[in-house]
Write a protein that binds this ligand. Structure first.
Ligand SMILES: [Zn+2]
Length: 294
Protein backbone atom coordinates (compact mmCIF):
# COMPACT_ATOMS: atom_id res chain seq x y z
CA UNK A 1 0.00 0.00 0.00
CA UNK A 2 1.42 3.35 -0.97
CA UNK A 3 2.02 5.50 2.11
CA UNK A 4 3.31 9.04 2.51
CA UNK A 5 6.83 8.53 1.06
CA UNK A 6 5.55 6.48 -1.88
CA UNK A 7 2.75 8.92 -2.70
CA UNK A 8 5.12 11.87 -2.29
CA UNK A 9 7.59 10.53 -4.85
CA UNK A 10 4.72 9.56 -7.16
CA UNK A 11 3.31 13.09 -6.96
CA UNK A 12 6.73 14.66 -7.56
CA UNK A 13 7.40 12.55 -10.63
CA UNK A 14 3.90 13.03 -12.03
CA UNK A 15 4.16 16.76 -11.44
CA UNK A 16 7.38 16.92 -13.45
CA UNK A 17 5.97 14.75 -16.23
CA UNK A 18 2.55 16.36 -16.54
CA UNK A 19 2.90 20.07 -15.90
CA UNK A 20 1.15 21.93 -18.67
CA UNK A 21 -0.14 18.79 -20.39
CA UNK A 22 -3.57 19.28 -21.96
CA UNK A 23 -6.43 16.89 -21.39
CA UNK A 24 -8.21 15.54 -24.43
CA UNK A 25 -10.79 13.47 -22.58
CA UNK A 26 -11.27 11.64 -19.32
CA UNK A 27 -13.32 8.62 -18.48
CA UNK A 28 -13.80 6.00 -15.81
CA UNK A 29 -13.47 2.34 -16.72
CA UNK A 30 -15.16 1.25 -13.52
CA UNK A 31 -18.29 3.15 -12.59
CA UNK A 32 -17.63 2.79 -8.88
CA UNK A 33 -14.27 4.48 -9.27
CA UNK A 34 -15.75 8.00 -9.41
CA UNK A 35 -17.27 9.13 -6.15
CA UNK A 36 -18.35 12.57 -7.31
CA UNK A 37 -21.06 13.52 -9.79
CA UNK A 38 -20.66 17.21 -10.43
CA UNK A 39 -18.54 18.27 -12.23
CA UNK A 40 -18.36 15.17 -14.46
CA UNK A 41 -14.98 13.81 -15.58
CA UNK A 42 -15.76 15.25 -19.00
CA UNK A 43 -15.23 18.72 -17.52
CA UNK A 44 -11.49 17.99 -17.65
CA UNK A 45 -11.43 18.16 -21.47
CA UNK A 46 -9.41 21.10 -22.70
CA UNK A 47 -7.84 21.82 -19.33
CA UNK A 48 -4.15 21.69 -18.54
CA UNK A 49 -2.52 19.97 -15.60
CA UNK A 50 -1.41 22.72 -13.22
CA UNK A 51 0.19 20.64 -10.49
CA UNK A 52 0.30 17.20 -8.92
CA UNK A 53 0.60 17.10 -5.14
CA UNK A 54 -0.76 15.03 -2.28
CA UNK A 55 -2.63 15.24 0.99
CA UNK A 56 -1.72 12.44 3.39
CA UNK A 57 -1.69 9.26 1.30
CA UNK A 58 -3.89 10.75 -1.43
CA UNK A 59 -2.50 12.19 -4.66
CA UNK A 60 -4.21 15.36 -5.91
CA UNK A 61 -4.07 16.39 -9.57
CA UNK A 62 -4.90 20.04 -10.12
CA UNK A 63 -6.23 21.20 -13.45
CA UNK A 64 -6.30 24.80 -14.62
CA UNK A 65 -9.36 26.79 -15.53
CA UNK A 66 -11.43 25.47 -18.42
CA UNK A 67 -11.15 27.04 -21.83
CA UNK A 68 -14.77 26.42 -22.71
CA UNK A 69 -16.80 29.51 -21.92
CA UNK A 70 -20.49 29.19 -21.40
CA UNK A 71 -20.34 25.55 -20.31
CA UNK A 72 -22.33 26.34 -17.21
CA UNK A 73 -21.66 27.98 -13.87
CA UNK A 74 -18.31 27.07 -12.39
CA UNK A 75 -17.11 25.50 -15.62
CA UNK A 76 -14.10 27.77 -15.77
CA UNK A 77 -12.96 27.26 -12.16
CA UNK A 78 -9.81 25.24 -11.53
CA UNK A 79 -10.54 21.60 -10.66
CA UNK A 80 -8.89 19.12 -8.31
CA UNK A 81 -8.92 15.37 -8.77
CA UNK A 82 -8.53 13.71 -5.38
CA UNK A 83 -7.33 10.12 -5.70
CA UNK A 84 -7.60 7.43 -3.06
CA UNK A 85 -5.32 4.55 -4.01
CA UNK A 86 -6.56 2.24 -1.22
CA UNK A 87 -4.32 -0.81 -0.94
CA UNK A 88 -3.59 -1.69 -4.54
CA UNK A 89 -4.02 1.45 -6.65
CA UNK A 90 -1.32 3.14 -8.70
CA UNK A 91 -1.38 6.48 -10.51
CA UNK A 92 0.97 6.55 -13.47
CA UNK A 93 1.59 8.19 -16.83
CA UNK A 94 1.84 5.99 -19.88
CA UNK A 95 3.12 6.83 -23.33
CA UNK A 96 0.18 5.05 -24.92
CA UNK A 97 -3.46 4.62 -24.09
CA UNK A 98 -4.70 1.61 -22.20
CA UNK A 99 -6.20 -1.26 -24.10
CA UNK A 100 -9.91 -1.55 -23.51
CA UNK A 101 -9.20 -5.01 -22.20
CA UNK A 102 -6.96 -3.70 -19.45
CA UNK A 103 -8.82 -4.87 -16.38
CA UNK A 104 -6.63 -2.87 -14.02
CA UNK A 105 -7.72 0.47 -15.52
CA UNK A 106 -10.03 2.51 -13.32
CA UNK A 107 -9.76 6.12 -14.47
CA UNK A 108 -8.16 7.28 -17.71
CA UNK A 109 -7.14 10.88 -18.39
CA UNK A 110 -6.12 11.08 -22.03
CA UNK A 111 -3.74 13.84 -22.98
CA UNK A 112 -3.56 15.62 -26.32
CA UNK A 113 0.09 14.59 -26.72
CA UNK A 114 -0.94 10.92 -26.84
CA UNK A 115 0.00 10.06 -23.26
CA UNK A 116 -2.43 8.94 -20.62
CA UNK A 117 -2.63 9.48 -16.87
CA UNK A 118 -4.07 6.27 -15.56
CA UNK A 119 -5.39 5.10 -12.23
CA UNK A 120 -4.88 1.35 -12.13
CA UNK A 121 -5.70 -1.14 -9.45
CA UNK A 122 -4.30 -4.61 -9.00
CA UNK A 123 -6.20 -7.54 -7.61
CA UNK A 124 -9.85 -8.40 -7.85
CA UNK A 125 -11.27 -5.81 -5.50
CA UNK A 126 -12.32 -2.43 -6.84
CA UNK A 127 -11.67 -0.08 -3.99
CA UNK A 128 -9.60 2.78 -5.36
CA UNK A 129 -11.60 5.89 -6.16
CA UNK A 130 -11.39 9.48 -7.35
CA UNK A 131 -13.40 12.61 -6.65
CA UNK A 132 -13.43 15.58 -9.01
CA UNK A 133 -14.25 18.93 -7.44
CA UNK A 134 -13.63 22.66 -7.77
CA UNK A 135 -10.12 23.33 -6.45
CA UNK A 136 -11.45 25.59 -3.72
CA UNK A 137 -13.65 22.77 -2.39
CA UNK A 138 -10.71 20.43 -1.72
CA UNK A 139 -9.90 21.64 1.78
CA UNK A 140 -13.49 21.27 2.85
CA UNK A 141 -13.91 17.79 1.36
CA UNK A 142 -14.81 15.32 4.06
CA UNK A 143 -11.80 13.05 3.34
CA UNK A 144 -9.39 15.99 3.49
CA UNK A 145 -10.97 18.05 6.26
CA UNK A 146 -10.87 15.13 8.70
CA UNK A 147 -7.16 14.41 8.20
CA UNK A 148 -4.75 14.98 11.04
CA UNK A 149 -1.53 16.93 10.42
CA UNK A 150 0.93 15.53 7.87
CA UNK A 151 3.30 13.00 9.44
CA UNK A 152 6.15 14.50 7.44
CA UNK A 153 7.49 17.04 7.90
CA UNK A 154 6.59 16.17 11.49
CA UNK A 155 4.04 18.35 13.26
CA UNK A 156 5.25 20.31 16.32
CA UNK A 157 6.04 18.04 19.28
CA UNK A 158 3.22 19.49 21.39
CA UNK A 159 0.68 18.82 18.68
CA UNK A 160 1.84 15.22 18.27
CA UNK A 161 1.69 14.75 22.05
CA UNK A 162 -1.90 16.01 22.08
CA UNK A 163 -2.92 13.82 19.16
CA UNK A 164 -1.55 10.54 20.53
CA UNK A 165 -2.90 11.11 24.03
CA UNK A 166 -5.61 8.49 23.52
CA UNK A 167 -6.34 5.12 25.17
CA UNK A 168 -5.50 3.23 21.97
CA UNK A 169 -2.54 1.09 20.93
CA UNK A 170 0.12 2.95 19.01
CA UNK A 171 -0.05 0.69 15.96
CA UNK A 172 -3.67 1.43 14.99
CA UNK A 173 -3.48 4.94 16.46
CA UNK A 174 -0.66 6.06 14.17
CA UNK A 175 -2.37 4.49 11.15
CA UNK A 176 -5.54 6.48 11.85
CA UNK A 177 -5.45 9.24 9.23
CA UNK A 178 -7.60 11.46 11.44
CA UNK A 179 -4.87 11.38 14.11
CA UNK A 180 -1.89 11.91 11.80
CA UNK A 181 -1.87 11.67 8.02
CA UNK A 182 0.33 9.50 5.80
CA UNK A 183 1.26 6.44 7.85
CA UNK A 184 0.13 2.92 6.96
CA UNK A 185 0.97 -0.66 7.78
CA UNK A 186 4.55 -0.62 6.52
CA UNK A 187 5.89 2.64 7.88
CA UNK A 188 4.21 2.33 11.26
CA UNK A 189 6.52 -0.63 12.02
CA UNK A 190 9.56 1.39 10.98
CA UNK A 191 8.54 4.42 13.03
CA UNK A 192 7.85 2.39 16.19
CA UNK A 193 11.10 0.47 15.79
CA UNK A 194 13.01 3.70 15.28
CA UNK A 195 11.38 5.08 18.44
CA UNK A 196 11.93 1.78 20.31
CA UNK A 197 8.28 1.75 21.35
CA UNK A 198 5.99 -1.26 21.56
CA UNK A 199 3.19 -1.32 18.98
CA UNK A 200 0.96 -2.29 21.89
CA UNK A 201 1.67 0.65 24.15
CA UNK A 202 -1.28 2.94 24.59
CA UNK A 203 -0.83 6.45 23.29
CA UNK A 204 -2.11 7.89 26.56
CA UNK A 205 0.52 5.96 28.55
CA UNK A 206 3.52 7.54 26.86
CA UNK A 207 5.93 9.55 28.96
CA UNK A 208 7.13 12.90 27.63
CA UNK A 209 10.47 11.44 26.65
CA UNK A 210 8.75 8.65 24.71
CA UNK A 211 6.63 11.12 22.76
CA UNK A 212 9.87 12.91 21.90
CA UNK A 213 11.28 9.64 20.57
CA UNK A 214 8.16 9.06 18.52
CA UNK A 215 8.36 12.59 17.17
CA UNK A 216 12.01 12.13 16.19
CA UNK A 217 11.23 8.76 14.58
CA UNK A 218 8.90 10.36 12.04
CA UNK A 219 12.04 11.40 10.19
CA UNK A 220 12.17 7.88 8.68
CA UNK A 221 9.43 9.09 6.33
CA UNK A 222 11.61 11.96 5.13
CA UNK A 223 14.58 9.60 4.82
CA UNK A 224 12.46 7.36 2.60
CA UNK A 225 11.48 10.27 0.35
CA UNK A 226 15.17 11.14 0.05
CA UNK A 227 15.96 7.51 -0.75
CA UNK A 228 13.34 7.48 -3.52
CA UNK A 229 14.68 10.74 -4.92
CA UNK A 230 17.98 8.95 -5.40
CA UNK A 231 16.75 5.70 -6.92
CA UNK A 232 13.51 6.51 -8.77
CA UNK A 233 13.97 7.94 -12.24
CA UNK A 234 11.20 9.51 -14.31
CA UNK A 235 8.79 6.61 -14.00
CA UNK A 236 7.66 5.23 -10.66
CA UNK A 237 7.55 1.41 -10.93
CA UNK A 238 4.52 -0.64 -9.83
CA UNK A 239 6.52 -1.99 -6.94
CA UNK A 240 8.66 0.59 -5.23
CA UNK A 241 11.93 -0.55 -3.65
CA UNK A 242 10.82 0.39 -0.13
CA UNK A 243 13.77 0.97 2.22
CA UNK A 244 12.17 -0.95 5.09
CA UNK A 245 14.44 -2.22 7.85
CA UNK A 246 12.09 -4.25 10.05
CA UNK A 247 8.66 -4.53 8.46
CA UNK A 248 8.09 -8.11 7.25
CA UNK A 249 11.62 -9.09 8.33
CA UNK A 250 10.50 -11.49 11.02
CA UNK A 251 13.27 -13.94 11.95
CA UNK A 252 16.03 -11.65 10.73
CA UNK A 253 18.42 -9.89 13.13
CA UNK A 254 17.41 -6.43 14.33
CA UNK A 255 19.59 -3.98 12.36
CA UNK A 256 20.30 -2.11 15.61
CA UNK A 257 20.78 -4.68 18.37
CA UNK A 258 20.94 -8.03 16.58
CA UNK A 259 18.02 -9.65 18.44
CA UNK A 260 15.71 -11.75 16.30
CA UNK A 261 12.80 -9.69 14.98
CA UNK A 262 9.37 -11.05 15.86
CA UNK A 263 5.98 -10.56 14.23
CA UNK A 264 2.31 -10.70 15.04
CA UNK A 265 0.05 -11.73 12.18
CA UNK A 266 -3.43 -10.37 11.68
CA UNK A 267 -5.97 -11.14 8.99
CA UNK A 268 -4.79 -8.40 6.66
CA UNK A 269 -1.44 -7.28 7.98
CA UNK A 270 1.59 -8.13 10.01
CA UNK A 271 3.36 -6.16 12.70
CA UNK A 272 7.10 -6.69 12.99
CA UNK A 273 9.05 -5.53 16.05
CA UNK A 274 12.26 -6.05 17.99
CA UNK A 275 11.42 -7.88 21.25
CA UNK A 276 14.67 -6.74 22.85
CA UNK A 277 14.14 -3.05 22.33
CA UNK A 278 10.39 -2.62 21.94
CA UNK A 279 8.56 -5.06 24.19
CA UNK A 280 10.95 -5.53 27.10
CA UNK A 281 12.17 -8.90 25.85
CA UNK A 282 8.69 -10.38 25.46
CA UNK A 283 7.67 -12.20 22.30
CA UNK A 284 3.97 -11.58 22.08
CA UNK A 285 1.48 -14.24 21.10
CA UNK A 286 -0.70 -13.60 18.11
CA UNK A 287 -3.98 -14.66 19.65
CA UNK A 288 -3.63 -12.59 22.76
CA UNK A 289 -2.65 -9.56 20.74
CA UNK A 290 -5.45 -9.91 18.25
CA UNK A 291 -7.78 -9.68 21.22
CA UNK A 292 -5.91 -6.71 22.64
CA UNK A 293 -6.09 -4.81 19.39
CA UNK A 294 -9.82 -5.07 18.86
ZN1 LIG B 1 16.69 -4.42 18.33
Amino acid sequence: MPELPEVEITARRLDAALEGAEVESALAAGMVAVKSIDPPLGALSGRRVARVGRVGKMPVVEFGAGALDGAGPGASAALSLLVHLMSAGRLQVFEKRASLRDRTARVLVRLTDGRELRLREFGTKQRAWVKLMPAQALEGDQMVATLGPEAWPAPPLEELARRVDQPRHLHPLLRDQRVIAGIGRSWVDEILWEAALSPFRQGAELEGEEVERLHGALRVLGDAVEHYEGVIRDVVPDKLPMPLRVHRREGEPCPRCGATLAAVHFAEHVTTYCPEEQTGGRVLKDRRLSRLLK
